[in-house]
Ligand binder design. Sequence first.
Ligand code: ZN
Length: 76
Amino acid sequence: MKCVNCSGEAQQVDSELDGIEINCPSCGHFGVSASVLRQRSGRTFDVEKTRVFLHNERDINPGRVPVIDSENVIWE
Ligand SMILES: [Zn+2]
């Protein structure tokens, strides 16, 4: 599938999440909540800011997959 953030080729990962989990060579392993997926039609994330957000989340919570939800999503 295409990465929800950068639209590059990425893999969808099996997930317990209400949403999807993606492993992207450029953005890493992250989740996107179902509510953000619903809000997403016709919109895109700010790719660089979202990568920085994911990077920071991994620093704060090592070992935990960061999830983009409606509280923290960064729209372009
Ligand atoms: Zn990506």
